[in-house]
Write a protein of this length. Structure first.
Lengths: 115, 114
């Protein structure tokens, strides 16, 4: 059973600080990794994707991938109260028997940014 | 650009009643479509996926069913709802290209079974 693990939180950080969200996955063959942001009562929104080892930066967001350690992280610099949400880690899995692919989601980490 | 719609946005149904939730996608052709359920405070559970009209596969056994009568329409149904069917139902789409994994979600339907 392929799994994606996240600390449920809440992770509380002060405004302006760096928030660090972590995720581990079990399928060593996974090649695609994603972070979704989900505001309370809303649907998930894709904010970052990463495919290669190392860092990928997009504005205040940086995704980090370490395939050897099966570890993905999301850093949010200069955190704002508007960043308060649940962040879902997702890992792409290719289902050879069905000829399709799917995402395995972690349960999410709740981030609270306080003024 | 592509947009995905779901309706209704909110639904309250008694136990034993039928269910029909609809999802439509605009601005793309032959998408892969997915139905997820998110229970309160829980992760996303994949229920059904579809790679084309009439092609439906189920991830978990349950009293729900899905249909895809048109290329960009995906319907989730039940003949008799259970209390455990309560949750946030999300439809998602992605391009048909196998090596593409990114999924994009609709606004969701919040179902309460009473």
């Amino acid at each position: 059973q392929k799994e994606v693990e996240q600390n449920s939180g809440p992770l509380s950080v002060p405004e302006g600080a760096i928030a660090s969200l972590n995720c581990t996955y079990s399928d060593r063959g996974s090649q695609s990794f994603f972070w979704y942001r989900q505001y309370s009562g809303k649907s998930p929104e894709l904010i970052m994707s990463i495919y290669s080892n190392g860092d990928k930066e997009d504005g205040r967001f940086t995704a980090q991938l370490n395939k050897a350690s099966q570890y993905v992280s999301l850093l949010i610099r200069d955190s704002q109260p508007s960043d308060s949400a649940t962040y879902l880690c997702a890992v792409g899995v290719l289902m050879f028997s069905g000829g399709y692919n799917k995402l395995i989601f972690g349960a999410g980490t709740r981030l609270a940014v306080h003024p | 650009s592509q947009t995905i719609h779901q309706w209704p946005a909110t639904l309250v149904q008694p136990v034993g009643s039928p269910l029909s939730l609809e999802c439509t996608v605009e601005g793309t052709s032959n998408p892969n479509l997915y139905w997820y359920r998110q229970a309160a405070g829980r992760g996303l559970q994949l229920l059904f996926y579809s790679v084309g009209i009439g092609q439906i596969s189920s991830e978990v056994p349950q009293n729900l069913s899905a249909s895809r009568p048109q290329d960009r329409q995906f319907i989730l149904s039940s003949k008799k709802l259970l209390l455990s069917d309560s949750g946030f139902y999300l439809c998602a789409w992605k391009p048909q290209v196998t090596l593409s994994y990114e999924q994009y979600f609709g606004p969701g339907t919040r179902l309460t079974v009473t």
